[in-house]
Write a protein that binds this ligand. Structure first.
Ligand SMILES: NC(=O)c1ccc[n+]([C@@H]2O[C@H](COP(=O)([O-])OP(=O)(O)OC[C@H]3O[C@@H](n4cnc5c(N)ncnc54)[C@H](OP(=O)(O)O)[C@@H]3O)[C@@H](O)[C@H]2O)c1
Length: 341
């Protein structure tokens, strides 16, 4: 058991090579992403594209972006755009990313990279063929605290890993897009991505899936609980709901101790390492939200692109696809089918 926690190896996002970013789909997360880039990096947000000229103009004015484009095709025609941040709803990610790649742009796609594993595989294959970068903006994975946890797990600080528990529940009213079946609504893709990706990142490949679900109404899933069996005998319990706010905590336990991540576990904040014998160690970190966290994945993309890489080393294409494969299996068990599948 270590006497102190390791320092994060995360590189300073403000020193990443500067790219020209084009925002595709100026909604809730896009505002926070642009805010994070402006606040914490030297990245240049050069253009925004919206399906509506008025919305593009309004977002550009509000966020201090020099160019507003009417239509996503116009954004892709902009020679100042090196990389497109795809922040449209889930079912649009696939088409938007493929169009951007076909236009010779790098892409950073909001999570999840597609509504299913097949879509994500196609996007990553297209990026490889075109020799451009494609990444999923699973921001959690790039936060410094997750690098500290990665080192602890890799160094065997917890001994043989046995269990993970992770949940993400948030109450939404029916007016939110998360209630729209046409936009692949329900908790799985928006929220469930986090606990599933976390369990897989900590315990490795998933072999078995057992899941139950409850409807939010007659046409939409409202919550899911799943038990996952991982390689080497690890087990995880993951849950997600849009019907209630939950603690959104996570834990990883091994034979020599456990890690306890305060909620929201997927955002910047503290965690504790509690050894089976000895004193707990605390990772002190001020809790923070999107505007103080989304820039880490953007900086990683910029560095990888400068190195000529086609995906991230921290959150590689294989991990993105593996998480979507597990979500596909959870959906198969709970009867959730998205439009077009
Ligand atoms: N990393 C995170 O913490 C986080 C948090 C929230 C959401 N997200 C992800 O970000 C994505 C967007 O979520 P959001 O909450 O930002 O959604 P949102 O506020 O509804 O914004 C989505 C934008 O996409 C565009 N769009 C394109 N096709 C659309 C369609 N058919 N219907 C509705 N809008 C369409 C719209 O802009 P125009 O019509 O103006 O082009 C809209 O403003 C989701 O995939 C979600 O998982 C990530």
């Amino acid at each position: 058991m270590p006497g102190h926690l390791p320092a994060p190896r995360t590189l300073d996002p403000s020193t990443a090579p500067s790219l020209g970013w084009g925002i595709m789909g100026p909604g809730w997360i896009a505002q926070r992403f642009v805010g994070a880039l402006h606040k914490h990096t030297g990245q240049r947000v050069v253009a925004v594209g919206s399906r509506s000229a008025d919305r593009a103009d309004e977002f550009a004015r509000r966020m201090g972006i020099p160019s507003a484009r009417a239509g996503y095709a116009a954004l892709l025609d902009d020679p100042d755009v090196d990389i497109v941040y795809v922040s449209t709803p889930h079912p649009q990610h696939h088409r938007c990313a493929l169009d951007a790649i076909a236009a010779g742009k790098h892409v950073l796609i909001e999570k999840p990279a597609g509504i299913n594993a097949a879509q994500a595989r196609e996007v990553f294959a297209a990026a490889r063929a075109a020799e451009v970068f494609a990444g999923e903006a699973m921001w959690t994975r790039f936060l410094p605290k997750f690098d500290v946890i990665r080192q602890l797990l890799d160094d065997g600080a917890l001994g043989t890993l046995r269990t993970v528990a992770a949940d993400h529940g948030e109450y939404f009213t029916a007016a939110h897009r998360i209630y729209d079946p046409a936009l692949a609504g329900g908790p799985m893709l928006d929220l469930g991505t986090y606990p599933v990706a976390f369990a897989q990142w900590a315990l490795g490949e998933v072999h078995t899936v057992s899941a139950i679900g409850v409807g939010a109404n007659h046409e939409l899933n409202g919550q899911i609980a799943a038990a996952l069996g991982h390689r080497d005998g690890g087990q995880s319990l993951v849950s997600t709901t849009i019907l209630a706010d939950t603690p959104t905590t996570a834990s990883v336990a091994g034979e020599d101790g456990y890690l306890e991540l305060a909620g929201p576990f997927y955002q910047p904040g503290p965690f504790r390492l509690v050894p089976r014998t000895g004193e707990p160690l605390i990772h002190e970190e001020e809790p923070a939200s999107h505007e103080d966290g989304l820039h880490f994945s953007a900086a990683d993309a910029a560095r990888r692109i400068a190195d000529g890489a086609v995906d991230s080393a921290i959150h590689p294409a294989a991990d993105v696809v593996a998480t979507l494969e597990v979500m596909d299996r959870i959906r198969a068990e709970t009867g959730i089918v998205f439009p077009g599948e």
